[in-house]
Design a protein around this ligand. Structure first.
Ligand code: FHN
Length: 454
């Protein structure tokens, strides 16, 4: 009975989450602010599933027998894995943290866990602690490390299987108590053996969506905070934050959108926000998925996320040999160039006082407002429909009523731009020529303006 909570309790926890947004300690506030300042992270989905090169859900989607699937581990030898090379690439891309799938839904652990032999050291010929190597490489590069950890497990027979359609439901072996103890033992290892961890990123709770299943989160979250008080907690349960969760997650969508269907029940909470997104259409490595968004588009999404006050967690599915896919590395390079030139308008900022507009978004730090005019140029012509013009010049309308504008300049070279008061805000006159100098790559973010507020 203890395992089942009433809707009232869920409501109460959600209410407490809203309330705690208002009453958190200064220490918690600083930790969360540091996370928000970092703005851009790399998500890594890597496990033995990468060998089948068909995404991280391959075991489920192809109805694979769990014992047969487990045998993949015996052949997992990512000979070209080099954590230092990965983290160097991430750092050069401008990322500030890495979220790694320590254990995904297939139940395989990517570190030397003592809680189960089904792990990278005991079950593979590779025998190297990937989490450990990554933790060290992240530390060297000054990248915070976050752990993705699946609440759901398709492999263990004690996991109380929920909605999973293609999974064996073994009532006889189901044992929540033992599964819960296993998870907590693993979390204890992850938070004891690998130095300071920035966050635990839970996923899979939605396996028990319809039923009122008690995941005993309160106790689990307390364990995390006891082991590492500075470790944040996020949970991709596709709903608003529960209890002491430190940040709110959005999958494949920016906050407030629901194109992917994961954010339907989410209200934006008073906690840091993070949007995670794939570069192509798959989280884990897929040999056939070449539907990569181009670098420009990924940069726009990063910028939009910042303008919506959210961090951007961009996913890569490393190959089974341990290398990052070439397409991903290419895009990271492009993002890195952009961040090098324009990072000031992203890092340490918050969503600006001007909410997202048709023409783009704003970010802000103190009295400085960064105006990101997006999608301005295509084939050498202005085409952003949110912009107005008079034939030769283009105008950006900034709906500012409370604050006054003191100065507006082009971020790239400091050229002063003219602006005039209009009803309900200001009209800024853009330079006649498309400003592509903000980035080496034309057509990316076409124009960044830096405005000073009075
Ligand atoms: O099922 C997972 C999926 O494999 C992936 O890990 C994503 C990342 O946000 N989360 C789940 C779906 O919500």
């Amino acid at each position: 009975m203890k395992r089942f909570v009433s809707s009232f309790v869920i409501f109460l926890l959600a209410f407490m989450a809203i309330a705690q947004g208002l009453s958190i300690s200064d220490k918690t506030r600083r930790i969360r602010e540091d996370f928000q300042d970092r703005k851009f992270g790399i998500f890594l989905h890597w496990g033995i599933y990468s060998m089948l090169a068909d995404g991280e859900w391959v075991m489920h989607n192809r109805h694979l027998d769990r014992d047969e699937y487990a045998k993949l581990a015996g052949g997992f030898y990512p000979a070209r894995f080099d954590a230092r090379e990965w983290t160097k690439i991430f750092k050069e891309a401008g990322a500030q943290y890495v979220t790694f799938t320590s254990r995904h839904h297939d139940g395989f652990s990517m570190w030397a866990t003592k809680a189960s032999p089904y792990n990278i050291v005991d079950a593979t010929p590779f025998k190297r602690d990937i989490v450990g190597e990554l933790a060290e490489a992240c530390r060297e590069q000054g990248l915070k490390l976050h752990f993705y950890y699946s609440h759901m497990d398709w492999q263990r027979t004690d996991y109380p299987m929920g909605n999973c359609r293609n999974c064996p439901h073994d009532e006889a072996t189901t044992n929540w108590k033992s599964y819960y103890a296993f998870m907590n033992r693993q979390l204890t290892e992850l938070l004891t053996n690998y130095g300071p961890i920035g966050a635990i990123w839970f996923d899979g709770m939605w396996d028990h969506k319809e039923k009122e299943f008690d995941w005993q989160l309160e106790e689990q979250y307390a364990l995390i905070k006891k082991l590492q008080p500075r470790c944040m907690i996020g949970n991709n349960h596709h709903g608003s934050p529960i209890g002491i969760e430190d940040f709110q997650l959005f999958e494949q969508d920016l906050p407030g959108q629901n194109t992917a269907g994961f954010s339907g029940e989410q209200k934006i909470a008073q906690v840091p926000l993070e949007t995670c997104m794939t570069m192509n259409n798959t989280w884990g490595y897929s040999i056939t998925d070449d539907k990569y968004k181009d670098g420009d588009e990924l940069i726009r999404r990063l910028v939009k996320a910042a303008g919506m006050n959210a961090n951007f967690l961009l996913n890569i599915g490393p190959r089974p040999d341990g290398k990052l896919p070439d397409q991903a590395v290419e895009r990271l390079k492009q993002i890195g160039e952009f961040m090098k030139a324009n990072g000031e308008s992203i890092y340490d900022t918050r969503g600006g006082c001007v909410p997202p507009q048709d023409w783009g978004v704003t970010t802000q730090q103190g009295k400085t407002l960064y105006i990101h005019v997006l999608n301005t140029i295509k084939d050498g012509k202005y085409y952003n429909e949110g912009l107005t013009g008079d034939g030769t010049r283009l105008f950006v309308f900034l709906p500012l009523t409370e604050q006054k504008l003191a100065k507006v300049e082009l971020f790239s070279d400091g050229t002063n731009l003219k602006f005039r008061r209009k009803e309900g805000g200001y009209q800024i006159i853009l330079p006649q020529k498309p400003d592509v100098s903000v980035t080496e790559v034309p057509n990316t973010v076409d124009c960044i303006l830096k405005a000073t507020l009075k």
